[in-house]
Design a protein around this ligand. Structure first.
Ligand SMILES: Cc1cc2nc3c(=O)[nH]c(=O)nc-3n(C[C@H](O)[C@H](O)[C@H](O)COP(=O)(O)OP(=O)(O)OC[C@H]3O[C@@H](n4cnc5c(N)ncnc54)[C@H](O)[C@@H]3O)c2cc1C
Length: 388
């Protein structure tokens, strides 16, 4: 069996790459290999499903803006039934005195990219949001439009459904080895005993991407990092509440009639997760999250957690940014990895970018050269400062 392109990982990044390959006119054979077809453990379906413009790096803002444009014309792209429940509720990123210079610098980068973000001091913020306590806050940046949340599963299914009539071979299996002849990948082995020859292999394996790269003898500093998300109920409903990020890193946003919160994992001791560990670290809610929420939103003094889940970030330990494009020596091995908590919103743009690279030999819509692997080889960080 031979495929022109083998994509390892069929969640949002892999599906988006396959989708845009066909959109860009690629007519060769494509295999999309996924070991967990229910996506029970994929970062995609365990994510917070939010999109923002508030990044520090212009390239990251541009990737999100591509996806935002897609969200706004979803029905034109995917048909009249397409709906991912996109709610443009905004992000509100708060800073105390220490975080002020970075918040300001980030805001300038965002404005330069045309993002609709306002920078307001504590008094303006408490006037805008009556439920907010500005204790310890110097300022905040608020996305009036272009930021919000959506249904990640619905987004994934939209792409997967759109692939059905595009002559893509969906293979349910785990890739267990990658064969290489010098500087060329020649194929992949599957846990069902099959081997596939491959013209190009794309790594879209999410938190498992470091391992998949290692199958090809390539180093990629991407590892799973466990992140807990808690659902809670509160008596008060605030229709105007954005996704709020406290200076402590704790975030909270509404989700229908309940709220989602997280961001409590301590920096100290944050390391690679056991790939099989999806157990919720419940003490984080009581000990870390709740006191912060009760200070920031006094009405949240009385809240009730109802359920929770844990997922894995596809964490790039070098600079918390994506690695996109071919390996400089092994040119038929392509990376789409290391999104470190912002990959869902970047997936459509990255799919389009990689498809352009493969089909046309260069980026046309969003230039992703800065995300290239060379920086990894050189140990040169291209750091995103706004990692949530
Ligand atoms: C708690 C949490 C909150 C998040 N919040 C957001 C957010 O609000 N906004 C945002 O943009 N991003 C967010 N993210 C990050 C985002 O979810 C990821 O960056 C994105 O989903 C990565 O997509 P992916 O397709 O690369 O990875 P995944 O969704 O993990 O998919 C990778 C797939 O590859 C498969 N696979 C792996 N290895 C193999 C193999 N050897 N053989 C076959 N298949 C394989 C896996 O089964 C998996 O389905 C969050 C992540 C988490 C965990």
């Amino acid at each position: 069996m031979r495929y022109d392109i083998v994509i390892i990982g069929g969640a949002i990044v892999g599906s988006s790459i396959a989708y845009y390959l066909r959109e860009e006119g690629f007519s060769g054979s494509i295999a999309l290999i996924e070991r967990d077809p229910q996506f029970a453990h994929a970062a995609t379906t365990l994510s917070m499903a939010s999109i923002r413009q508030q990044f520090s790096i212009p390239e990251n803002i541009r990737l999100s803006q591509f996806t935002l444009k897609l969200f706004r014309r979803l029905k034109e792209e995917f048909g009249a039934d397409a709906d991912i429940g996109f709610r443009e509720g905004g992000y509100l990123i708060l800073a105390g005195e220490n975080g002020l210079p970075i918040l300001k610098a980030n805001h300038e980068a965002q404005i330069a990219e045309g993002a609709d973000i306002v920078f307001e001091d504590a008094e303006q913020l408490t006037r805008r949001f009556a439920w907010l306590s500005a204790e310890g806050i110097s300022a905040g940046a608020y996305g009036r439009t272009g930021e919000g949340w959506f249904d990640a599963h619905a987004m994934l299914m939209l792409f997967r459904k759109a692939l059905r009539d595009k002559k893509i071979d969906f293979i349910t299996a785990s890739v267990t080895a990658i064969a290489r002849d010098g500087n060329r990948i020649t194929g992949v082995s599957l846990d069902n005993g099959q081997t596939l020859e491959a013209g190009i292999v794309v790594n879209a394996a999410g938190p498992n991407a470091g391992k998949v790269a290692a199958f090809a003898g390539l180093a990629l500093p991407v590892e799973p990092r466990k992140r807990n998300v808690f659902v809670f109920e509160a008596r008060e409903k605030y229709a105007d509440m954005p996704l709020l990020v406290d200076p402590s890193g704790i975030y909270v946003r509404p989700e229908g009639s309940v709220y989602l919160t997280g961001g409590a994992e301590p920096e100290e001791g944050d390391g690679p997760a056991d790939p099989a560990d999806f157990e919720v670290d419940w003490p984080l809610f009581e000990e870390v999250i709740w006191p912060v929420l009760a200070t920031r939103i006094p009405a949240f003094e009385a809240i009730k957690p109802t359920r929770a889940w844990a997922g894995h970030y596809d964490y790039n330990t070098l600079d918390q940014n994506a690695v996109i494009g071919p390996h400089p020596q092994v040119g038929n091995f392509l990376f789409a990895n290391g999104f470190s908590g912002h990959g869902l919103q970047q997936a459509p743009a990255v799919g389009k970018a990689l498809a352009e690279l493969i089909v046309h030999g260069g980026y046309r819509t969003v230039d992703c050269s800065a995300f290239g692997y060379s920086r990894v080889a050189e140990g040169r960080a291209f750091r995103e400062l706004n990692v949530i």
